[in-house]
Design a protein around this ligand. Structure first.
Ligand SMILES: Nc1nc2c(ncn2[C@@H]2O[C@H](COP(=O)(O)OP(=O)(O)OP(=O)(O)O)[C@@H](O)[C@H]2O)c(=O)[nH]1
Ligand SMILES: [Mg+2]
Length: 196
């Protein structure tokens, strides 16, 4: 495990349009999930940088694809969350198209970290994301985030239930961005994708 690699992460750029994506080379790990599941908070916990990816109490905060670089053509991508009901329809459509086009074309993609709020478990759009990964043979790993909000027993039960529902080659783990729980396991998975 090579934590240092993540701690040195810096902001690279933000893309509102496909034309603004960084060069499609090297390896890129993408963070996806429902709005407010904690994607930005997970990136901050992993990189040990509080304000790197902006995290917010207001859902729908991340409105473009934000890229961070670990150096050596290795990047993290923070997607806008899906399922944010209050966003204007036109904006939702714009995000949807951007995310779809990004995922469809991106050759540098090395894996997808799906962030799920453990209290909501897997929802329809999460399932679609996982099916898409399967179709593209892109490795996926699920973080059941906000595990600190449940008792130990309830968290274990939630883990067991998601484990049962997804394909064996998809990793599932408990995580808490707030309490920085589950970082070792996450870093191990990402290390393997980056170094593959
Ligand atoms: N208790 C608890 N709260 C968390 C955790 N992770 C994130 N949060 C909170 O959940 C809210 C949303 O977090 P974000 O990181 O902004 O979520 P996001 O998925 O990036 O949201 P969008 O950018 O809107 O898609 C914030 O209030 C965070 O503080 C966690 O592990 N535990
Ligand atoms: Mg965010």
């Amino acid at each position: 495990m090579n934590y240092n690699r993540y701690h040195k992460t810096t902001y690279l750029c933000s893309a509102h349009r496909l034309s603004q994506l960084p060069a499609d080379k090297g390896r890129e790990i993408v963070f996806a999930g429902r709005s407010n599941a904690g994607k930005s908070s997970v990136i901050n916990a992993l990189t040990q940088q509080k304000g790197l990816a902006r995290a917010s109490k207001q859902p729908g905060r991340t409105r473009q694809i934000n890229f961070f670089t670990l150096g050596a053509d290795t990047r993290l991508a923070d997607l806008p969350g899906y399922g944010y009901a209050r966003a204007p329809a036109s904006l939702k459509q714009h995000w949807g198209q951007l995310i779809n086009a990004y995922l469809e074309r991106r050759r540098a993609l090395a894996g997808l970290i799906l962030i799920v709020d453990i209290r909501r478990s897997l929802t329809g759009p999460d399932g679609q994301m996982l099916s898409w990964c399967e179709a593209k043979a892109l490795p996926a790993h699920i973080l059941l985030n906000k595990a600190d909000k449940l008792s130990r027993g309830a968290a274990k039960q939630a883990l067991f239930e998601v484990r049962k529902r997804v394909a064996e080659n998809i990793g599932v783990q408990l995580f808490s961005a707030t309490k920085k729980r589950g970082l070792d396991e996450l870093a191990q998975v990402m290390d393997a994708w980056i170094d593959a």
